[in-house]
Write a protein that binds this ligand. Structure first.
Ligand code: HEM
Length: 320
């Protein structure tokens, strides 16, 4: 994490986690407060907003300028979105085009970083606690893919148990347990409650995915619940990507990325708990941070290659 580019992104991710928790800022409920002068006592939130905006813009444009420079010096790591658009436009992007490109790239990076990290950490935590699930998923990969290949995204349709494991990761501990706060664009009545236009709605995704009426023993990690039914898997994963017009635009990308990571790890590695000095397994607590994106509390684990053959294939893939 000493790379200054990555450090800036992670700082942005932390800032987002801090500012986006519902109820943190009075201005979210009383938007008129944004017009108060900064010198007025109690308006510290304006300075926080100004600093985070500046940090965010510096990070986004800093990375873009670095990418632009390396693209024209032929030293950029490709393929990458900004290099491709810069190359195809042959240096003819207007300032507005560049600004749009910077914001698009930032949204991809910002939307896909902490959510993917949290989801993968939950996957690892589940594999430590449920070794029998890990074995079943590995057995499916071994029988479908065989020993001479690594899974690719094209194998997704033939790996239904792996798909169920991923759906269960989304259900067991959704990365965004309260999704993102929304506001009603028209009045409505829900379960006998009248909700006026403009009401603020906090979707409790964690509760939805732990409702024992739908998911018996909701605290357990059981991919078997889906019984290979993709509609059930899609339903639970859909909840994890939010709601309405602002639903996550990266959901398909994320599903592909998570599948690639999960299936490759399962094909290549055994995930086991860390061990203490006497060789006893240290099972981490299943505890999460609070915040818009919830992360498991820091835990240790071992990840070892399943065979020397698979290790060699991994090295080959990384080098290619
Ligand atoms: C496991 C991975 C991911 C999860 C769980 C996730 C979840 C979410 C959720 C809950 C929202 C809020 C939706 C709402 O307003 O109700 C959201 C928004 C968003 N996500 Fe994702 N996301 C993931 C990956 C990604 C990726 C990979 C990208 C980009 C390629 C991305 C880009 C965005 C953007 C730009 C928004 C804001 C959309 C808007 O406000 O109009 N997300 N995501």
């Amino acid at each position: 994490m000493s790379d200054p580019m990555i450090a800036k992104i992670l700082k942005g991710v932390d800032d987002f986690a801090e500012v986006s928790v519902p109820g943190t800022w009075a201005v979210d409920f009383l938007p008129q407060l944004q017009y108060l002068p900064q010198w007025l006592p109690g308006t510290g939130f304006l300075k926080v907003a100004e600093k985070m905006r500046k940090d965010g813009l510096d990070a986004a444009w800093g990375i873009y300028d670095w990418c632009k420079q390396s693209t024209f010096q032929d030293s950029a790591i490709t393929p990458n979105l900004c290099s491709r658009i810069l190359t195809e436009s042959d240096g003819a992007l207007s300032k507005q085009d560049e600004s749009d490109l910077v914001f698009s790239a930032t949204m991809i990076m910002g939307g896909g970083t902490d959510t993917n990290i949290s989801t993968m950490q939950t996957f690892i935590l589940a594999m430590i606690h449920y070794p029998e699930v890990q074995k079943l998923a590995q057995a499916e990969i071994d029988s479908v893919i065989g020993p001479n290949h690594l899974p690719t995204i094209r194998d997704k349709p033939s790996l239904p148990y792996v798909r169920s494991v991923i759906a269960e990761v989304f259900r067991w501990n959704p990365a965004a347990p309260l999704a993102v706060v929304h506001s009603m664009s028209e009045e409505d009545v829900y379960n006998g409650y009248y909700l006026p236009n403009g009401s603020i709605v906090v979707p409790n995704v964690w509760h939805m995915t732990h409702d024992p009426e739908h998911y018996p023993e909701p605290m357990e990690f059981k991919p078997e619940w889906y019984q290979y039914d993709d509609a059930q898997m899609a339903k639970v994963m859909g909840l994890g990507f939010g709601f309405g017009r602002r639903v996550c635009p990266g959901s398909h990308f994320a599903e592909g990325t998570i599948f690639a990571m999960v299936s490759t790890i399962l094909a290549c590695c055994n995930i086991t708990p860390a061990r203490d000095e006497y060789g006893n397994a240290i099972l981490p607590e299943i505890e999460y941070s609070t915040g818009t994106i919830a992360f498991p509390k820091e835990f240790r684990f071992n990840m070892e290659p399943r065979s020397s053959k698979v290790e060699a294939m991994l090295h080959q893939m990384v080098a290619a």
